[in-house]
Design a protein around this ligand. Structure first.
Ligand code: C5P
Length: 226
């Protein structure tokens, strides 16, 4: 069975407030997206790495990947307006049986997590990485707190997420009909009634969204060099 990794790095990252797209801000001396590329490039089961980048960064992305992927096959494709459209563009460049989608904003993704996801794909056509929720979670309206949810039934969803490529291709047709753009592709698979399996992830695989997240990530990098 063949597996392509698709790293989505075409978001603007407006919540980070950086003058360049989030995937290209520096972390530990490298552009953010490159950390994930390096992890996938080390994994023997990944056939090709597809990086989805903003149009202005295509040449830079290609040059960086050529220098750091150690000869592993890779392809750089242009992103879309919404995240799912970026994932769709990446998927269109794949001929593999499976695709493993990953947010470039999660630089602490590990080879062990890739292994766990591949292992869960023996039982499911769609697999997500997730961690248990540890905070108390409530609904709210304005400045008023609403009902508290039972956190023992809640997980925090991460990437990588692995899908049978043909099933994911079908699922994209549903995305355009949704009221709000989906925040991940597992939501699309669910709409086709495809059960989604869980691979238990790692809290360190958090998503960098704000400047504070970037400071935390910098501190982690200063302690551990991988
Ligand atoms: O905005 P958010 O952090 O949720 O984005 C998750 C991932 O999706 C990021 O890696 C971002 O670069 C990517 N993305 C994309 N194309 C978009 C929007 C987001 O590749 N249009």
């Amino acid at each position: 069975m063949t597996i392509d990794a698709i790293i989505v790095a075409a978001g603007s990252g407006s919540r980070l407030g950086a003058p360049i797209p989030k995937g290209f801000v520096s972390l530990g001396g490298k552009p953010l997206f490159l950390h994930s590329v390096l992890q996938f490039a080390k994994h023997p089961r990944i056939d090709k790495i597809i990086i989805v980048a903003p149009s202005a960064m295509l040449d830079e992305t290609t040059a960086l990947c050529a220098a750091h992927t150690g000869g592993r096959p890779f392809e750089v494709v242009i992103g879309g307006k919404e995240r799912w459209q970026s994932v769709q563009n990446g998927t269109n460049s794949s001929l593999a049986d499976w695709v493993m989608i990953h947010d470039c904003a999660r630089p602490f993704m590990t080879i062990e997590l890739i292994d766990k996801i591949i292992s869960a794909s023996q039982d499911y056509d769609a697999v997500i990485a997730a961690v248990p929720e540890i905070d108390t979670i409530r609904y709210f309206k304005g400045d008023r707190a609403g009902e508290t949810l039972d956190r023992s039934k809640i997980i925090r969803v991460q990437t990588p997420q692995m899908f049978k490529r043909e099933a994911l291709k079908k699922a994209f047709s549903h995305a355009a009909t949704m009221n709000r753009p989906p925040t991940d592709e597992a939501m699309l698979m669910e709409a086709l009634d495809i059960p989604v399996g869980i691979a238990w992830g790692d809290p360190l695989n958090f998503k960098i969204t704000t400047q504070e997240d970037l400071h935390i990530a910098d501190a982690i990098f200063a302690k551990h060099t991988r």
